[in-house]
Write a protein of this length. Structure first.
Length: 126
């Protein structure tokens, strides 16, 4: 499920990103995406490819990885994101939810650290 009004567009200096054509209230689930879960061995291989930048750590110990379907891999990172993601290991889905009002035309961001306001440097800022 993808919220009506979301679209993918070029993002200033970040490749592509996810944007909204309409305002979205806080605490709105804007996407529910199935994932393809991969083993630690497959993750080792993926880490050697461009897909490394689009996969998520998966599982309670974080040794597996997953590739989310839908728009999830296209959300850009922000340390002060306007959305957050939630992983449902049992049902193999990722949900994206707004954490504040998002205005029409605004880009939607997630924090790749998992917590919407976590300022720990992510791999491409180290």
């Amino acid at each position: 499920m993808v919220f009506e009004g979301l679209y993918i567009e070029k993002s200033n200096g970040k490749g592509r990103g996810v944007f909204t054509k309409q305002s979205i209230p806080a605490n709105t689930i804007i996407e529910t995406s199935p994932v393809v879960v991969m083993s630690p061995e497959e993750r080792t291989l993926l880490d050697q490819t461009l897909l490394h930048d689009y996969i998520f750590e998966w599982g309670k110990d974080g040794r597996q990885c997953c590739m989310a379907l839908g728009y999830v891999p296209v959300y850009n990172h922000s340390y002060k994101s306007n959305c957050e993601y939630e992983m449902d290991f049992e049902n193999e889905i990722i949900k994206i939810k707004t954490i504040r009002l998002v205005e029409a035309g605004e880009e939607l961001f997630i924090n790749y650290n998992g917590d919407w306001n976590n300022d720990k440097p992510v791999w491409f800022h180290k």
